[in-house]
Design a protein. Structure first.
Lengths: 361, 525
């Protein structure tokens, strides 16, 4: 007994329905990652930054980066739109905002330490990892140098040591994870003279940010950048000018980066893993059915044979009986006839005829 | 076979994932270009067709002054485009018509008029406007309007009175329902806006229509008669720069419209059920003085020239859009007073204060004054207006400060000294500067009556005292969980000093000029 085409399609339909239903259920179960509860972060307040480049200097010192070509005291470099690179984990750029009372605003650029980092999800050797303290840290010993993280990062942060021929590494801000582990503040935060950088638990930072906005609703834009962008970042920003004007992308959405690929990548184990299981299952079910059917058939045949035998035996017995009866009656008839004839003829032959009858029976 | 399907599926998924990623990338790189857009005050968006339903072509961007100049060159005037109503003698503010009759007529009026004129100019070999559809009906706008509304302030009003030799009736009128016409009624003059709405309503002209018909009409009549007159170009009234150059009369006498000099602002209105004894004291209000603080009556009397209580009662009523008397008065009075806090002399201290804070309760009685001794608090109606004047006269606002001899001249900040030498803060100089800035400000004097009030600009959260605690008493190490919202000592100093300098517009020392405040340490490398 083989499966029909109709049945096969039916099963496939059920299987895919189950897969889809599973996905919706995930979305409905509030299964989003709100970040590690004790995760740390930094709040950058644009209104407080005076653009002194102390944070750049401190970053350079604590990370033992090569001395800069232009000294940190030189402030004109901020007018260029600089990016982070292998030797600069953070840069502060100046943005000209004509409608603002004080014309220039400054924005610090560094790794935002996403709650669900794109770089870490793109890294197939787990060289980049989100730690429970909030930092996204890098392990050079496992890195294969594929630079997928650089492509994945929506903030264009990870940089590569292109000048390093033998052991090139990915370089980026570590949120001073080693210093924080020693109970110290991140270099940039400790050096900031105006507390434009506030360090603390991300939950607390959100409270501080909200309170500042509430206190000066006319001054601040009612939004905390990083609270939800790309699923949330450990580095948060509040500002008095639109975030897009200070180089912060406002087109990123609130979905964490791994979620963009989760659907497609999530299907891979299903296809690779479940497909054989499913087919084997179908095969096994078929096999079993066939086996059962064969067994049943054998039983039926045996039963039928038995029954037939029985009937045949019965018929035979009946036929024998009938035959016997007929024979008996025929004999009796014949005997009777013979007796009658004999009686008609003579007395002496009577005895001999009786013996014959007994032998026949 | 099974393996094959797997591979194919995987490749397909990978491709889809890749495509999704790049789609996101390209979406991100779309940039909106907004260069080459000029700002002008004479942009009129011709959207006359929108009232007839969905439009077939984009609306037309029309530069009025450009056309006025072109017409002038050709020896033509307003009548070329704006027909005159024979009855009233006024020009229509619409193009070549008095009203919007039907879709086809309006469309044809524009097409026939505009294209004919442009063609004539072209054939005469002059520069001209477009003659093909997309020339006018462009999708992208080349200009944006920076048109400013015109404020007929007291000075400009007086200039008009003088020019017309008291011809109030030229502009002011009321509608006589019985006679069905506009008539002038002496002593009933009020702002145009009280009757002419922003958007069309019944048979009333909008404020836009009314003001252009009346103002430009009059200016044109005078120009035609070769008399000196006001401007007719858009830019002259609606451009910010031109507005700033409008002549201001140095002294404008008070406009009389039967208003009081002093008045009690009621704390109750019609329909109040509240127990009288539980009401706030009525506020004696210096109406005469406030007339000089504002450009027009319209600033406070936004809908009529009547008293506030006519529309705003304690529970709020329909005429006042449900806005209660308390809300109306507090928003208007306190709102306006708080605007003054943004002035540079005040912003140094007030810039730090929360905008959402509640006024201290001790300030209620600054306005809701207790009635003079012997007088029983009663309804504002029954209190003689003279007593409002008396109460205000009895109040002599004085800015209270400590004697400068008690104020430390120099404060040395040394607890943080590390890279730089300790800072000698010129404490006395700062206090004097703050006092000098507000010394002659009457409003400030009402609210800085305690001697330590001014000190609290920097010594915040401390009671007003001659010896406030040191900064370090509260500001210590930063980022402590128990004092989450409190900056550390270094940031407290920098924020306070730099914030105040920013707010007050003090340019030196600049925020990033470290040695402007800090001396280099002698032994420092």
């Amino acid at each position: 007994m083989s499966i029909t085409r109709r049945k096969f399609l039916g099963w496939m339909g059920a299987a895919s329905a189950a897969a889809v239903a599973g996905k919706t259920a995930k979305a409905a179960t509030n299964k989003e990652f709100p970040g590690y509860p004790q995760g740390l972060g930094v709040l950058f307040d644009v209104t407080r930054c005076i653009g002194c480049r102390r944070c750049e200097e401190a970053c350079n010192e604590v990370n033992e980066l090569p001395p800069p070509e232009i000294p940190f005291k030189e402030l004109s470099v901020m007018d260029n739109k600089r990016r982070t690179d292998a030797d600069h984990f953070t840069v502060v750029n100046s943005y000209n905002i004509p409608e603002r009372k004080i014309g220039s605003v400054f924005r610090k650029i560094q790794c935002n330490h996403c709650l669900e980092p794109a770089c870490a999800s793109a890294c197939f050797v787990k060289a980049l990892k989100k730690t429970e303290t909030g930092a996204v840290v890098y392990d050079a010993s496992v890195c294969v140098g594929c630079r997928y993280c650089m492509i994945a990062c929506p903030f264009e942060i990870p940089a590569y040591e292109y000048d390093e021929p033998l052991t090139p590494r990915i370089r980026k801000c570590t949120m001073c994870a080693p210093r924080v582990a020693d109970g110290l503040l991140p270099g940039c935060v400790a050096s900031c003279p105006t507390e434009a950088l506030t360090f603390g638990k991300r939950d607390g930072l959100l409270k501080i940010a909200r309170k500042r906005i509430q206190k000066h609703p006319d001054r601040y834009i009612d939004h905390i950048y990083g609270e939800r962008e790309m699923g949330g970042t450990s580095w948060l920003y509040i500002s008095d000018v639109p975030f897009s004007k200070i180089g912060l992308r406002e087109d990123l959405g609130t979905k964490p980066a791994p979620e963009f690929t989760a659907g497609a990548l999530g299907a891979v184990p299903m296809v690779v893993g479940l497909w054989p299981v499913l087919l084997t299952g179908i095969y096994a079910i078929n096999k079993r059915k066939e086996k059962i059917a064969a067994g049943e058939q054998a039983d039926a045949v045996a039963a039928a044979v038995e029954k037939a035998n029985e009937t045949a035996a019965n018929n035979l017995a009946a036929a024998m009986e009938t035959a016997e009866k007929e024979k008996t009656s025929a004999v009796e008839k014949a005997v009777k006839k013979a007796l009658e004839e004999a009686a008609k003829r003579e007395e002496p032959t009577e005895a001999s005829e009786k013996d014959d009858t007994r032998e026949d029976a | 076979m099974q393996k094959n399907t797997c591979t194919r599926q995987f490749v397909l998924l990978a491709v889809i994932a890749g495509m999704a990623f790049f789609a996101a990338e390209t979406r991100a790189s779309t940039v909106v270009a907004d260069s080459n857009v000029a700002e002008r005050s004479d942009v009129i968006n011709i959207d006359a067709m929108t009232i007839f339903g969905p439009i077939e072509r984009p609306t037309v961007e029309f530069l009025h002054d450009k056309h006025t100049q072109a017409a002038k060159k050709m020896g033509k005037d307003c009548l070329t485009c704006h027909p005159r109503d024979e009855d009233s003698g006024q020009l229509s503010i619409r193009y070549m018509r008095f009203g919007d009759m039907d879709k086809k007529t309006v469309m044809d009026t524009y097409h026939a008029g505009c294209i004919t004129c442009h063609n004539e100019q072209l054939s005469a070999g002059e520069t001209s406007g477009p003659v093909v559809c997309a020339g006018c009906h462009g999708k992208t706008k080349k200009t944006i309007s920076n048109r400013q509304t015109v404020v007929m302030d007291n000075s400009l009003h007086l200039r008009h009175i003088r020019k017309t030799k008291g011809g109030c009736r030229i502009c002011h009128h009321v509608y006589d329902i019985e006679a069905k016409k506009l008539v002038y009624k002496r002593r009933e003059e009020s702002a145009c806006r009280y009757c002419h709405p922003d958007l069309p309503e019944d048979d009333r002209m909008t404020i836009r229509e009314a003001s252009h018909t009346a103002c430009i009409g009059c200016h044109r009549r005078l120009t035609v008669q070769n008399k000196s007159s006001g401007p007719m170009e858009c830019i002259a009234c609606h451009d910010a720069e031109h507005q700033a150059n409008i002549e201001k009369l140095p002294r404008v006498p008070r406009l009389r419209a039967g208003q009081p000099d002093f008045v009690f602002i009621k704390t109750e209105g019609e329909g109040d059920t509240e127990v009288k004894a539980a009401r706030m004291n009525p506020v004696p209000f210096d109406h005469k003085a406030h007339e000089t603080y504002n450009d027009t009556c319209h600033v406070c009397h936004h809908a009529t020239l009547t008293g506030c209580g006519e529309c705003h009662s304690t529970p709020g009523k329909r005429e006042g859009s449900g806005i209660s008397l308390e809300q109306a008065m507090h928003r208007n009075c306190i709102g306006c007073h708080e605007q003054r806090q943004l002035e540079s002399a005040c912003a140094g201290c007030h810039g730090f204060m929360s905008q959402s804070r509640q006024m201290p309760q001790t300030y209620c009685s600054t306005c809701h004054m207790a009635p003079p001794v012997g007088e029983v608090r009663t309804d504002a109606d029954r209190m003689p207006v003279a007593s409002a004047a008396e109460m205000l006269a009895a109040r002599t606002p004085t800015l209270a400060t400590y004697d400068m001899a008690d104020v430390p001249e120099k404060v040395t900040i040394e607890s943080l000294s590390e890279t730089y030498a300790p800072v000698d803060m010129p404490h006395g100089k700062i206090v004097s500067a703050l006092v000098n800035g507000i010394e002659n400000n009457k409003l400030t004097a009402y609210f800085h009556t305690e001697r330590g009030t001014l000190c609290r600009g920097c010594h915040h959260n401390s009671p007003a005292t001659k010896t406030p605690p040191r900064c370090v008493s509260c500001h210590d190490k930063p980022f402590q969980e128990k004092t989450l919202f409190r900056p550390g000592l270094m940031a407290a100093y920098h924020q306070q000093c730099m914030g105040c300098h920013d707010q007050m517009g003090i340019e030196k020392p600049a925020s990033r000029d470290c040695i402007g405040c800090h001396k280099e340490k002698r032994n420092h490398q």
